[in-house]
Design a protein around this ligand. Structure first.
Ligand SMILES: Nc1ncnc2c1ncn2[C@@H]1O[C@H](COP(=O)(O)OP(=O)(O)OP(=O)(O)O)[C@@H](O)[C@H]1O
Length: 308
């Protein structure tokens, strides 16, 4: 059995229209999401092909070329056999506005033959306990999103696919959804989380795939994608004087507002050089690139390399 929950190979999707001709939404995409729980970020800017990929995986759109597997089974051919283990929030699900969140979930549970106890569990997991008896239409956008996630949990999925679940939410709503998703990943569910907000996703994902213009730019553990950096932020009273002292010691330093960015493999060299010049540091922090920076670098080098 494959140890990948999601696997695509050479996946391609072209949309054809008389007016616009052929638009390639996904090209030659090899996606590999490991089994075993945790959150896998599926990252890319608007229009990069995330939704189209997800729709292909769920059998909602037919690929032009390539193969896909869910739990090692080829899809869409074997989708009926595996779909019971997959929960997905791709579009705004339809709930009855005048029924409570709980009643909506109970009706859903009944329709898929899930035990009623699962409703309580799902409500608890998405932290809606206490509000579940209020009418759906009175819920905030964040609560509606959490009910949508709760609905996918009714069948106790091993894989949860969430397409931009924080779209349109305020910062508090984003934080709540983030905590819910983190909790699910920790509980052993494998979550594919698509988003264009890289900094946001960085906080919950253990691994990620980054795409741009429908093609894979990078994939792997978030720690590996971020890599290491030798750049440090240094705060001193007189950054310009400190930059001169560091330059004399052949340490590259640039003034950045009221601080300095200094490139040095060994931070002890920075303190040594500045100390000898009679300059005292009030802060020395290693600067790790964030996913946003990594992504911009990747898309820049792709553009330099030329599109296919
Ligand atoms: N049904 C369709 N017909 C024609 N073009 C489409 C269709 N669906 C998607 N596209 C195009 O395919 C490309 C990828 O779109 P897709 O929605 O997959 O991107 P995305 O990464 O999910 O973006 P977003 O974050 O905005 O949802 C876009 O150029 C989009 O306009």
């Amino acid at each position: 059995m494959s140890d990948l929950v999601i696997e695509t190979s050479g996946l391609r999707k072209e949309f054809r229209s008389v007016r616009r001709g052929v638009r390639v939404a996904v090209q030659n995409l090899d996606l590999a999401v490991p089994a075993g729980g945790g959150v896998h970020g599926f990252l890319g800017p608007n229009g990069s092909g995330k939704t189209t990929t997800i729709r292909m995986l769920l059998g909602l759109v037919r690929p032009t070329r390539g193969t896909m597997r869910l739990f090692g089974e080829p899809v869409p051919q074997r989708l009926p056999h595996v779909i019971g283990r997959v929960g997905a929030v791709v579009e705004s699900p339809k709930f009855s506005p005048n029924f409570s969140g709980r009643l909506n979930l109970e009706l859903l549970a009944g329709s898929i033959g899930a035990p009623k106890a699962r409703v309580d569990q799902a409500i608890e997991t998405v932290q809606l306990s206490g509000r579940e008896k209020e009418k759906y239409k009175s819920y905030s956008l964040g609560m509606k999103q959490r009910i949508a996630i709760a609905a996918t949990l009714l069948k106790d999925p091993a894989l949860l696919i969430l397409d931009e679940p924080t779209n349109g939410l305020d910062p508090a709503g984003i934080r709540e959804i983030r905590e819910t998703i983190r909790g699910l990943g920790e509980a052993g569910v494998t979550v594919l989380l698509s988003s264009h907000i890289l900094a946001e996703v960085q906080q919950v994902c253990t691994s990620a795939t980054i795409i741009g213009n429908g093609r894979l730019l990078a994939s792997g553990r978030v720690d590996d994608l971020l890599g290491t950096s030798t750049v440090h932020r240094v705060v001193v009273a007189d950054p310009a004087r400190a930059a001169e002292a560091l330059a004399r010691a052949e340490l590259a330093a640039t003034v950045d507002g009221d601080a300095l960015r200094v490139d040095a493999a060994d931070p002890a060299r920075i303190t040594h050089v500045l100390g000898e010049a009679g300059i005292w540091l009030s802060e020395l922090t290693p600067l790790r690139p964030d996913l946003e920076t990594v992504f911009l670098e990747l898309t820049r080098s792709e553009q330099l390399g030329g599109a296919q």
